[in-house]
Design a protein around this ligand. Structure first.
Ligand code: SF4
Ligand SMILES: [Zn+2]
Length: 112
């Protein structure tokens, strides 16, 4: 359950991290060590996200499973790579935009 959605989100964040790292850190590896750690962290959050197939956009989520520091870092990556995704990964990009219109599921409400 929830495999497609989470798999796609993993692809999206991987593609964004690649764009961001290439332009900011210029290593000869796919990702520098710092970005690799951030990506790993983001993937683990997706694996344990309580919403899975119904996952809203993280910035609309009321659970906020990211640590503050990691959240800021990921936001930075998205702000930079988001617009560039449109040309390089139009399909993933389209889904990503659609995801932002999703409602936050019931699960998050008792926490308010
Ligand atoms: S912030 Fe919310 S939607 Fe994003 S991974 Fe964490 S629990 Fe899931
Ligand atoms: Zn990097």
């Amino acid at each position: 359950m929830g495999k497609h959605r989470i798999k796609r989100e993993k692809q999206t964040i991987s593609a964004m991290m690649a764009i961001y790292c290439r332009d900011h850190h210029r290593t000869d590896k796919a990702l520098c060590e710092t970005c690799d750690q951030l990506l790993d962290y983001a993937h683990r959050r997706l694996d344990t996200c309580p919403f899975q197939e119904k996952k809203p956009a993280c910035n609309h989520c009321t659970v906020h499973c990211y640590s503050k520091d990691m959240r800021l870092r990921v936001q930075d990556v998205m702000r930079y790579a988001g617009p560039k995704m449109l040309f390089r990964h139009p399909i993933l990009s389209l889904y990503h935009l659609l995801d932002k219109t999703r409602e936050v599921p019931e699960l998050s409400k008792p926490r308010k």
